[in-house]
Structures are given as C-alpha cells and as structure tokens.
Design a protein around this ligand. Structure first.
Ligand code: TYD
Ligand code: MG
Length: 458
C-alpha cells in the first residue's frame, strides 16, 4: 500500500512538526521550516530496518559475531583514524567545507583499493565523468576497477549497485542526490535522511562498504542534517584552512574504533600527502625571533602529542565593546580564560581587544592549551617574551588553579625530542618522566605568569 504523508521539517536540525512554525523549538532557528511530503510504498518501508531480520529476541549468549574485517586503505593517516582500515559493510560519512579535499581523498582511497583488486562504484552527483577523470589523472590513478557513475537519482543508483555488485560505493555528495519517495528537493533534511537510510540498508544487507560525502554549512553543520550522524557508523570531519595546505581529519564517531585520533595531510599539486612528522612542520611555521604573545603548547590528539604555537594580540580598543576573535580555539573557553585573568590575576582587559590564532590551521579542542592561551594573552599585554625553548601545558579552573592533564609524560618526551628545554606544567605529584627537560610545576595561574616573567627578564 502506498501512503503519502506531509510534515514540516526544520532544515537546520531535522525537528518535525505537523504545521508551520516560525521558530524551531529544538534549535531556535527562525524561518527554517519547509513542508516535505513522503510517499511510502512497501518497497522502502523502513528501509533502514530491513537488515535487522530477526523477529524474535535472541539470548546474548547465543549471538555469534564475525570479527570485523578491515580493509586497509594504505593511506597511513586515513587508516590511523579509521582504526586500521575501512570496516567491511560499514557506512562512513566524510564531511567538510566545500573545496577542502573530500573528493580528492576519496578518489585517492579508491585508487589504493582498486590496486588491491576491489571493485568500486563512484557515484559522482556533482561533477561530470570528465571532471572525475581529470582529477584521477592528476592523482595518477590508472585502474580497471573503478566505475564512475554521474547520477543523482537514488533509485537508479540502487539498481546499478545491484547490477554491478561492487565492494565499495562512494556517494559524492549526499546533498546532491534525491529519492522518488520524498517530494522535496535534493539536499533537504527528508531527502538526505531517506537516501542515507537506503544506502545504510544496501551497505548492511549486501556487505558493501559505503563512503558518503557531505558538505558542511557556514555554521559548522553537515548541511542541515546532524540527522545523518546517528544513522551512519563512522563520522569523519575534514578540517583546516582551505587557503593553506594542511588538512586535518578527525573522527567524531566510530562504531569500529577509537574517536580521538587525528590524521594530518598536506594538499599538494598531485593530491593529499600524509604528514607523519607534524611537529617539525608546525614548528617550522613559527617566527624565528621571540615576540610577546607567542606560547608553545603540547596538545594530545589521540595517541600523538602535537606541538603548536598559540599567538595572541592584545591592544587598546577603538570600539565601545572590545573585540574577542579566535581562530582555531573555542570562543567560550577564551572568554572564560579572560575572565579568570581579570579576576584572579588582576589583568584588566575590559578596554583591550584580544585576538587568538592557532598556527598551522589546526583547531584545538583540548583544555590543556588553556594555560598557553592565558600566558600568550598575559605576556602580550605586559610586553614580555616567553623563553622560546619552553612549552606550556595545563588546564585552568575558574579559581585560577591549574588542573593536571593526562599523558603528561608523553607530551614531555615529544617536547624534548623537538628541542625544547623547559616545560611549565601543572603540579601533579610524582612524575614518571625523568628525561632532560627542566620542569617548572605551577599550582596557580599567577605562579605560571611569574615564572614566565622571570624567564622574560633573562
Ligand atoms: P576537492 O577534493 O575537489 O574538494 P571537495 O570535494 O572537498 O569540495 O579539492 C579541492 C581543492 O584541492 C581544489 O581547490 C583543488 C585542490 N587540489 C590540489 O591542490 N591538488 C590536487 O591534486 C587535487 C586533486 C586538488
Ligand atoms: Mg567534491
């Protein structure tokens, strides 16, 4: 039986309502509701659930699992964040800003998989076959195993997958394909959700590993659909400044591995190259002379400590409300650090603009960079330089105390091997690290600033 239903859906967050709403009660967006009509026939009824074919509950003890079979992509940084390779039959969402390199990475992955004798169907919904071919030439991919299919209709794609029986399917991109089951335009929340459900069903029932590419909007959502994130097995974000050559892959969800790993690439004229020694590269970007407002922090991304420079610029403001601008660091965290600096250290920033920049186009999400940010701001405001061979590690609490951070030994080892000679770190009992780096333990933010002033006066 075919049933047609109509509903109003928020295009920002996927909230559904029976009638039009001016403001979304879920995400507070204004004017984001669009009417969407869904026609459900027997064929696609609960497409996502068809692979769950047990109609009775089973005893946990009786369930036999097959070990997840992983296919390595032989792109070392991609394998690192996937947990060793693409899990067979999984659905992976690769999201990022337009132009960041999603199609390049997937085509390079296809090249590697094709040389391992895997059959691949590359659905190009945005670019013509010629465009994909010229990218493949640029990446020097020559193989008989990759089929390019410029198509936007989900039902046609489904038919071709059934005929071709590939090992891998690439959808580039999910925002450009539409299903006949839904009457809204391609890219709407209902279309994206329906197409993704159909792809999930195909991936699970036929054991085809599927990579779905999704664009991210200005405000950081995978255009409209956060809704996709809970359908797919793995969500990977491509980040970085597209005007610079470094790119970061970050896994936000992974049903088959760990989520804290990052992969680092450089975009070159013939594709993305893995960066295995990121610290050397990030430190090379650093200015050679010490300048007030620069602090080196050691963040711990996954299993790898990363050494990055935080730059701060503090200057008197021409505006009635001072400006706070960050690039690569969380704004609300910066505001919290500035409040602590004002209240606990007595640094008056109410008439000062504050700009923060993390070099290398990286986003730092870890709180251990707090102390580096605070010291960069404080030393810039006071015109002091931090010793260029010192790293700064620590999380700041609201009372101005410095909280311990995890994996401190690993961070110190990395700092030492990159040529640093001293480290300002939280006071944290006995350290297992006994390498040759001078440790300056600090309990409070004011102690850290005093320690840096002493160094600055050298
Ligand atoms: P692309 O993969 O098309 O981005 P997305 O699919 O995320 O929109 O790549 C975007 C940019 O990368 C484009 O501006 C050209 C550049 N590029 C290179 O610098 N080197 C290369 O080898 C390739 C294929 C692309
Ligand atoms: Mg693309």
């Amino acid at each position: 039986m075919v049933k047609t239903t109509s509903k109003w859906v928020c295009q920002q967050c996927g909230y559904e309502s029976v009638g039009y709403l001016g403001k979304c009660p879920s995400c507070s967006a204004w004017g984001s509701f669009l009417e969407e009509t869904t026609t459900k026939g027997n064929d696609f009824n609960s497409a996502a659930n068809e692979f769950v074919n047990n109609d009775k509950p089973q005893l946990l003890e009786d369930i036999k699992i097959n070990a997840t079979f992983r296919i390595p992509t032989h792109i070392s940084e991609f394998d690192r964040i996937l947990g060793g390779g693409l899990a067979e039959g999984s659905l992976i969402l690769l999201a990022g800003d337009p132009g960041i390199g999603k199609s390049t990475l997937t085509l390079q992955t296809c090249g590697q998989l094709a040389s391992a004798d895997k059959k691949i169907l590359y659905v190009s919904a945005e670019e013509s076959a010629n465009q994909v071919k010229s990218r493949a030439d640029r990446l020097e991919i020559k193989t008989d195993n990759i089929y390019i299919y410029p198509q936007t209709n989900m039902e046609n794609i489904k038919t071709q997958i059934e005929e071709l029986e590939p090992d891998f399917v690439i959808i580039d991109s999910i925002q450009a394909i539409y299903s006949n089951n839904v009457e809204s335009t391609a890219g709407s929340v209902s279309q994206i959700r329906e197409c993704c459900n159909i792809l999930m069903h195909i991936a699970k029932s036929k054991n085809i590993t599927t990579i779905v590419i999704g664009h991210v909007t200005k405000d950081g959502n995978i255009a409209g659909p956060k809704v996709l994130e809970h359908i797919v097995d793995t969500v990977i974000y491509f980040e970085g400044d597209k005007y610079k050559s470094y790119r970061l892959l970050r896994s936000m969800k992974n049903r088959f591995g760990n989520t804290s790993e990052i992969g680092i690439f450089e975009m070159q004229s013939n594709g993305l190259k893995c960066i295995t020694n990121p610290n050397e590269i990030f430190l090379n970007e650093r200015s050679k002379i010490s300048i007030p407002g620069s602090a080196i922090v050691v963040t711990n991304e996954g299993t790898r400590p990363l050494i990055v420079e935080i730059q701060a610029l503090v200057g008197s403001t021409p505006y009635s409300t001072p400006r706070r601008v960050t690039n690569g660091f969380d704004m609300s965290r910066l505001l919290q650090i500035l409040a602590v600096l004002e209240k606990r250290v007595g640094l008056n920033l109410s008439k000062q603009d504050v700009y923060i920049n993390v070099t290398g186009g990286i986003n730092i999400n870890e709180p251990s960079a707090d102390l580096g940010v605070a010291l960069a701001v404080a030393t810039c405001a006071r015109d002091i330089v931090i010793n260029e061979k010192t790293v700064i590690i620590g999380e700041i609490g609201l009372t101005g105390e410095i909280h311990p951070v995890n994996n401190i030994e690993k961070r110190l080892v990395e700092a030492k091997s990159s040529g640093f000679t001293s480290a300002v770190i939280p006071e944290m009992g006995k350290l297992k690290y006994n390498g040759k780096i001078k440790i300056i333990p600090v309990k409070r933010l004011i102690d850290a600033i005093t320690a840096c002033i002493k160094k600055g006066d050298k």
